[in-house]
Design a protein around this ligand. Structure first.
Ligand SMILES: [Zn+2]
Length: 64
């Protein structure tokens, strides 16, 4: 037999418990190279730059 809760958790109790489960908003910064919005500690999706140099190719066709 698996251990099971003795009683149903009330809506109020569940609400109080779940009040700490909110997701924090995703923080975004601006690319110092092109100025578009990008995630911190990740290469820019628009220009492919990170830490002052191009690290990923952008604008190239999918098939190479
Ligand atoms: Zn950029």
């Amino acid at each position: 037999m698996a251990p099971l809760p003795k009683r149903k958790r009330s809506k109020s109790s569940k609400g109080h418990h779940k009040s700490h489960n909110a997701l924090s908003p995703v923080s975004m910064g601006n690319c110092p190279n092109c100025g578009s919005v990008k995630a911190p500690h990740r290469a820019c999706q628009a220009c492919g730059y990170y830490n002052g140099r191009q690290v990923i190719k952008v604008g190239t066709p999918e098939a190479e």
